[in-house]
Design a protein around this ligand. Structure first.
Ligand code: A3P
Length: 313
């Protein structure tokens, strides 16, 4: 997807004091109309948003949140593709070139709606900045995010024919990608103590899924008893989600019109590892990526451990 610099209609200056005008926002070409509709999007009081960058554990968190919001309806979750239960706002516009396909499914959804978006804070609906809706944010180590993004891009067509190493060398050729993921996460990290924001990481979910379930349960005010907890832990395990057709984005993949889509398919729930990049990338690539990441982190005065919540109990 060709990306160009876009200018948000307005900025969440009430939430974060930063140099918003010079914050570089990259998005799909010719997206002004769509982004303007998103900016003005009407929300319902009980909407819940899962905001991430792709491949950071979005699907995993959506499945957990959907079950909490829908009274542990495991049968319902297994019967319907996740994309239809918890729509991805940008999907229609960004992947099908159809703005109505972006908003229609969300408007038709019964409450409480669980809406997924990969947009950064300043491009999300401005209503969200009022802090009256719940937003769940999941961050992941950028190197695992990029590797995962590569396999996703091959399956969906955009990176078909490219090797992981070619793709990765393009990612680390400039600081743009590192800036994108770190700024995206850092804005929500700064809001992590707001009562309407729940900020976590893929790494935390891997380390202590039970703990994260308890945290999301408190955040959404949906208590979980021990029996439900056991069922959730099983349903959300890597093994179960890997074999569950409704959590592997098969519906989404079937819609994709890219000429190279589906030519080489990698499972959506693929490896699910922390630091899996270490056996997929060369030491030189890892070193170059880390130098770029450290440069951006230093500018933000934050560490990777902080963004990943590695020091939290
Ligand atoms: P990998 O490609 O590294 O395996 P998203 O939903 O944001 O696109 O994230 C997809 C990533 O989350 C994939 O990472 C996928 O395997 C991983 N994932 C999804 N469900 C998981 C689970 N239950 N346990 C561990 N990882 C999971």
């Amino acid at each position: 997807m060709e990306r160009v610099q876009v200018t948000p209609r307005s900025f969440p200056t009430n939430l974060i004091d930063k140099d918003w005008v010079n914050r570089k926002h990259l998005y799909k070409i010719n997206s002004d109309h769509f982004l303007s509709l998103v900016h003005d999007m009407k929300l319902r009081d009980d909407d819940v948003w899962v905001v991430t960058l792709p491949k950071c554990g979005t699907t995993w968190m959506q499945e957990l949140s959907w079950l909490l919001l829908n009274n542990f309806d495991f049968a319902g979750a297994l019967a319907k593709d996740q994309e239809l239960r918890s729509p991805y706002l940008e999907f229609g516009f960004a992947l099908l070139e159809d703005v109505q396909q972006s908003f229609g499914p969300i408007e038709e959804l019964k409450s409480p709606r669980l809406i997924k978006s990969h947009l950064p804070l300043a491009l999300l609906p401005s209503k969200l900045w009022e802090g009256k809706h719940k937003v769940i944010y999941v961050f992941r180590n950028p190197l695992d995010h990029w590797v995962s993004r590569y396999y996703h891009g091959v399956t969906f067509g955009a990176y078909y024919g490219k090797t992981l190493h070619q793709y990765f060398d393009e990612v680390i050729a400039s600081d743009d990608f590192a800036t994108e993921i770190i700024e995206h996460a850092h804005e929500f990290y700064l809001l992590r103590n707001e009562p309407w924001v729940f900020y976590t990481s893929f790494e935390r979910m891997k380390k202590d899924l039970r703990g994260v379930i308890n945290e999301v349960s408190r955040f959404l005010n949906k208590p979980v008893d021990e029996q439900q907890m056991e069922k959730l832990l099983k349903h959300l395990s890597f093994e179960e989600m890997k074999k569950n057709p409704t959590t592997n984005h098969l519906w989404e993949l079937a819609q994709i019109k890219h000429i190279n889509a589906r030519k080489e398919q990698h499972p959506f729930v693929r490896r699910g590892n922390v630091n899996g990049y270490k056996d997929e990338l060369t030491p030189e690539q890892i070193e170059r990526a880390n130098i770029s990441i450290q440069r951006i982190l230093a500018k933000k005065s934050v560490t990777m451990d902080e963004l990943l919540l590695q020091n939290d109990p």
